[in-house]
Design a protein around this ligand. Structure first.
Ligand SMILES: C[S@@+](CC[C@H](N)C(=O)[O-])C[C@H]1O[C@@H](n2cnc3c(N)ncnc32)[C@H](O)[C@@H]1O
Length: 290
């Protein structure tokens, strides 16, 4: 793909347009956690990616995972559901989102599967427990660590929670447009998702991003979520993972749709490579071996 083209998989959520009869959602009645899941997450796709990464780089079987910054725990639920031998522990600081997620577990999973998912309230830097086969830090949540020493400390902590032969999986985003202050809208199922790159400070690398939701009746859920992050780059992340003691770091880069309506966008297939493309927007995965 040539430099300057756009590539953005958005983790490939539904890109449906709101249909005229789908105007039941309004800012007042909608649930922000449900909208977040509908807009941002593609947990079934991510389960497949974890399997792919583990078969490439892990040893043995990947059964137990830890989902750091788990939010609603939707990935943990999908992981447990994908195979009866699998279990997950999700960790998040926010009691409110965890409570919402625990309520959802009952809807999403039968009783036996629910027993294989634990959603823990706690700080990813403090949580203890037996080492797992894989730790995941996705949806860029670890960008909240804004200095090299804070992020290295988190990577060292994550490493301690991974058994020998296990893996650490993170996603990252970037591209020329990620340094711009701009809004991007996507029409989804009866609502519009807005990714608002509200502020970027080139001196510190700090960004402030908001998620807003807009509805067919003209109402808006403004700043439904706000993230104050440092926009880390892939070379910085790879170096810090190695400094934190990981023995290897692999970058998985997304392929490109070559023709049709979505030409130039990400195709959802990630492959290990040392050469990326200078796209306007990209999402990649880093997979580190302890
Ligand atoms: C970008 S959201 C991602 C949520 C989740 N990964 C998802 O995809 O739905 C970031 C989450 O990290 C949590 N968080 C922030 N700092 C944390 C910490 N030190 N330990 C655990 N969770 C934390 C927040 O409460 C929030 O739910």
């Amino acid at each position: 793909m040539a430099s300057g083209t756009s590539k953005r998989s958005e983790k490939k959520k539904n890109k449906k347009n709101p249909k005229p009869n789908q105007s039941w959602r309004t800012a007042e009645t909608a649930d922000r956690h449900e909208l977040y899941e509908l807009s941002v997450q593609n947990v079934e796709g991510e389960v497949e990616l974890v399997q792919q990464f583990f078969s490439d780089l892990g040893e043995g079987v990947c059964s137990r995972i830890r989902e750091d910054f788990c939010g609603t725990g939707q990935f943990s639920a999908a992981w447990a559901k994908s195979d009866p031998s699998r279990s997950a522990v999700g960790v998040d600081l926010d009691a409110e989102v965890l409570e919402w997620g625990r309520g959802k577990l009952e809807e999403r999973l039968d009783e036996e599967t629910q027993n294989r998912v634990e959603l823990l309230e706690g700080d990813v830097l403090q949580v203890t427990g037996n080492p797992v086969d894989a730790v995941l830090a996705t949806n860029f949540s670890y960008y909240l660590f804004k200095t090299r020493s804070e992020l290295k400390n988190y990577f060292m902590t994550a490493r301690k929670h991974i058994r020998p032969g296990g893996i650490f999986i993170m996603d990252a985003y970037g591209g020329s447009e990620s340094f711009e202050e701009q809004e991007e809208e996507r029409d989804l199922d009866g609502f519009i998702y807005v990714w608002d790159q509200n502020h970027y400070n080139p001196i510190t690398g700090d960004v402030i991003n908001h998620i807003h939701f807009r509805f067919p009746d003209g109402t808006e859920m403004n700043k439904a979520f706000t993230y104050e992050w440092r926009l880390w780059t892939l070379p910085e992340l790879q170096e810090l993972l190695l400094e934190a003691g990981f023995r290897s770091v692999n970058v998985y880069w997304e392929g490109t749709i070559e023709e049709g309506d979505e030409e130039g966008e990400g195709d959802g297939e990630f492959k290990q490579t040392r050469v990326g493309e200078a796209c306007q927007g990209w999402i990649a995965y880093l997979v580190a071996q302890p």
